[in-house]
Design a protein. Structure first.
Lengths: 435, 391
């Protein structure tokens, strides 16, 4: 039996219970951050890919993620003004808009999504993996905050493998630079058993995350692994990996997804449950956040569900078996950083996307190419051709930006998507004729 | 080349610069059976290791403004710089079909991803992303870098089909030391008497080092220094400026000439940085790979693609260069869509502001054709420097 589509009023955005729970968790985290001056908690700014949340928690530091702040500004339609503020101050129109949104927000008083001022970081943990821009971003922030900056370099997985030299390099950095400086900044002595405990919890939540993301293999998929996926990855990519909250959230989410799976339901969209799953897509690249809902609507209005995406691997790739390992704590943190999606070579990314198309029985690949993000974008046109060639499935290319509203052209994106869905139909009918 | 005039030497170098089929490198390879050529991109690779393997390191700095990019644009979105698209064009059009391997150094996400594209597009050609440390402690970054160089050496041995000994590497270090000394002399001459060795000429002379065997190039540089110092050239009422931001995609030659025509003496720059990356001689005694690592960690240039661990030190290389060369201002010339250069620029500009050093900024691409706005901007900058210094 097909579920009936519930059309919500524009003001009544429908959310899963898990989405509401996730939102509450994020709100609580922002409160913890903005209350830091009162509670005396110290703050570590760091990045999503290469986020060492378990280690940060070992020093009682509160994790602040500038990318997530930029996303929040994008969702709240504030990033455009922040970006222009940064450009007026001399930042080039050509560069990453996450950086400019963050800098613009800082220039405008650093007001967080809860309407309260975000505290200045006590330390910048420049855990650099997958994106060169991070390095410059924290050089820019260091100039403003003049706080200690810890650098953790993750070598690039260019040859599709992790070498002993890479692991040794990272573990040495952790032992000799990162941990001693975090001890100094926080005044807390490092306890490796505490780290092991957190890592054990991480692995537990990671198991559930993988299970949830892999439910996209079902028909219909009970999840949207791109738009919905962004909610799903929030806690584990952010400040909750290694916590009981994360374990609880992913268990709750798993039960919710299982329930939909058992009933043969599709994902819940802001306008209600998906009706018929007409197209199954794999999406490569980050989403647009300034028109997030409008963008999503272009998919679900056409009956398109994203069954797998690369973006949900940008803060950690778990679906090939990696889990944080309490028995090898520092090595495990190194392997985590090495394995994030954008730290994987282009051939590895092509293989992953081809596998997703095959394993998730997708109709094709859609690339959302982000103007801001060379790490993702440089090479995507080759990725598109290769995936088409290897899978025989159609691929399409759209261009938007993360948080710069000037680069989201709704009409263009919609046209491209409609053409793409027609292409998928033609491919199907062509196949039918051949058979 | 001894006894040749400046114009003869510069014309020779310009022919090499214009030759997008890399004829001289092809001829070098053809001259002896078994010779191999290894291409590399900006900013830096330890060319000594390639040389020690008996191979020719070939610098690939994109296609410049004379290459018509037909296929390359199909690989890149409009918001990505030009060097990868023209490099892809060189590859797809067969201009690099004699190259036995390609190295893509750690510089930015675009060149990094190009390393994987190359593997996909040219699966039968050796290609390697060459990672370098961004941390500079001997026991951490040094050990990692030594490991990366040893891995490269291992690969080069396989391609060469013979072992590369420490003595081979020591000999190559000495040859490159000689080249670095010659280039340092050329830069010193240009800083002292920029009218004798203008940047547009020096650039061509340095660039010749990307395609020539290093021994030959050292001779070209020395011949040029001798010829340029001997030639009488008029001193103009120009301003001395430093050009920065050109460490990867190279400017069109016309851009450098335009800056000179607008009244700039370019007394320092970051063109073709590979040739000056290591500062001073690399010791030839002891473990040569360790010596190269030490030079990289502790005696190498500063640029936007390199992390500066010390906030106080950030950008000071420019202030020091201004003092050392007597420059009166700095021109930030960055490639369009170059994340490292453009993100670094505001930090460096603040450093200059605090040091009271005037600057201007503009963007370019390797195929920029319209020089009038740049000439006007640079001309105004020079005029304002003259006015300020007069006041």
């Amino acid at each position: 039996m097909k579920p009936s589509v519930v059309k919500a009023q524009p003001q009544d955005v429908l959310k899963d219970a898990s989405m509401i729970k996730q939102k509450q968790m994020m709100a609580a985290h922002y409160d913890r951050l903005t209350q830091a001056p009162e509670t005396g908690a110290k703050v570590a700014s760091t990045f999503v890919p290469g986020n060492l949340n378990e280690l940060i928690m070992c020093f009682d530091l509160v994790n602040n993620l500038p990318e997530v702040n930029a996303i929040q500004s994008g969702l709240r339609k504030q990033s455009g003004a922040y970006i222009m503020e940064a450009e007026r101050a001399g930042h080039s129109e050509d560069v990453c808009t996450y950086v400019k949104s963050d800098i613009g927000m800082m220039m405008k008083g650093n007001i967080g999504p809860n309407g309260k001022k975000l505290p200045d970081p006590d330390v910048l943990l420049l855990s650099y993996t997958g994106c060169f821009t991070f390095l410059k971003w924290f050089e820019l922030l260091r100039e403003q905050y003049k706080c200690p900056t810890i650098f953790l370099q993750t070598p690039y997985m260019a040859d599709g493998k992790v070498t002993p030299n890479m692991i040794q390099y990272m573990v040495k950095q952790l032992k000799e630079d990162v941990i001693p400086t975090l001890e100094q900044v926080s005044g807390v002595k490092f306890d490796i058993d505490r780290l092991r405990e957190y890592l054990k919890k991480s692995a537990q939540a990671e198991d559930d995350l993988v299970y949830i993301l892999q439910t996209g293999k079902n028909k219909p998929s009970p999840i949207d692994a791109y738009f919905g996926g962004i909610y799903y990855i929030g806690p584990i990519f952010g400040a909750f990996r290694g916590t009981d909250d994360a374990i609880e959230y992913y268990r709750f989410l798993r039960e919710e997804v299982d329930e939909r799976l058992a009933k043969g339901l599709g994902p819940v969209t802001p306008d209600g449950p998906m009706a018929e799953e007409k197209y199954r897509l794999v999406v490569e690249g980050p989403p647009n956040y300034t028109s997030f809902r409008q963008f999503w609507k272009m998919f679900y209005d056409e009956g398109a569900t994203v069954v797998a995406s690369s973006y949900t691997k940008v803060g950690g790739t778990y679906d090939f078996g990696f889990r944080h390992d309490p028995d090898r704590p520092l090595e495990s943190l190194a392997e985590y950083c090495l394995g994030v999606y954008t730290n994987r070579s282009l051939p590895m990314r092509i293989d992953m996307l081809c596998n997703y198309i095959n394993e998730y029985e997708a109709d094709g690949l859609l690339i959302n190419s982000i103007k801001s993000c060379n790490s993702f974008s440089a090479g995507q046109l080759l990725i598109m051709r290769e995936v088409e060639k290897r899978t025989g499935k159609p691929a399409a290319f759209i261009e938007t930006d993360l948080v710069d509203p000037r680069y989201f052209s709704a009409a263009n994106v919609k046209n491209r998507l409609e053409s793409y869905f027609q292409m998928v139909e033609q491919k199907r009918s062509g196949k039918g004729a051949a058979a | 080349m001894t006894g040749k005039t400046v114009s003869e030497i510069v014309a020779y170098c310009e022919d090499l610069f214009d030759d997008l089929n890399f004829t001289s490198a092809r001829e070098w390879k053809k001259a002896k059976p078994g010779r191999k050529v290894i291409g590399y991109m900006p900013i830096y690779v330890p060319r000594e290791l390639i040389h020690a393997a008996g191979m020719l390191p070939l610098g690939i700095m994109g296609g410049g403004d004379n290459l018509e990019v037909i296929h390359g644009d199909a690989y890149y979105q409009s918001y990505i710089c030009r060097i990868p698209r023209s490099t892809v064009e060189l590859g797809v059009s067969g201009r690099l079909d004699f190259v036995d391997g390609m190295l893509f150094p750690s510089i930015c996400d675009v060149i990094r991803n190009l390393s994987g594209m190359w593997k996909t597009m040219f699966p039968h050609v050796y290609s390697k992303y060459f990672d370098v440390p961004q941390t500079y402690k001997d026991e951490i970054g040094g050990v990692f870098y030594t490991g990366e160089m040893r891995e490269l050496l291992h690969d080069l041995e396989e391609i060469a089909g013979h072992e590369i000994t420490d003595d081979d590497i020591r000999a190559s270090i000495e040859v490159y030391n000689e080249n670095r000394r010659a280039i340092a002399e050329l830069y010193a001459l240009r800083a002292q008497k920029p009218w004798q060795a203008p940047a547009s000429e020096a650039y061509l002379v340095i660039r010749a080092g990307l395609v020539l065997p290093v021994e030959e190039h050292t001779k070209v540089v020395r011949d040029y220094i001798a010829a340029a110092a001997a030639e009488e050239r008029p001193l103009k009422d120009n301003s001395r400026v430093i050009l920065t931001g050109m460490f990867c995609e190279q400017p069109p030659l016309n851009l450098i000439k335009s800056l000179e025509l607008s009244g700039c003496y370019i007394v320092d720059d970051d063109f073709v940085l590979v040739s000056r990356w290591l500062i001073g001689d690399v010791p030839t005694e002891g473990d040569p790979v360790h010596n190269l690592s030490q030079a990289f960690l502790h005696r190498s240039m500063s640029t936007a693609a390199k992390y500066e661990p010390n906030q106080v030190e950030k950008g000071q290389f420019l202030v020091r260069a201004v003092k050392a060369t007597g420059a009166e201002g700095v021109i930030f010339a960055s490639t369009s869509f170059c994340d490292p250069a453009l993100l670094d620029r505001p930090i460096l500009q603040n450093v200059l502001k605090q040091a009271g050093i005037p600057y201007i900024a503009f963007k370019y691409a390797e195929n920029s054709g319209q020089m009038q706005p740049i000439r006007e901007q640079a001309g105004t900058f020079v005029d304002s420097i003259k006015l300020w210094s007069a006041a």
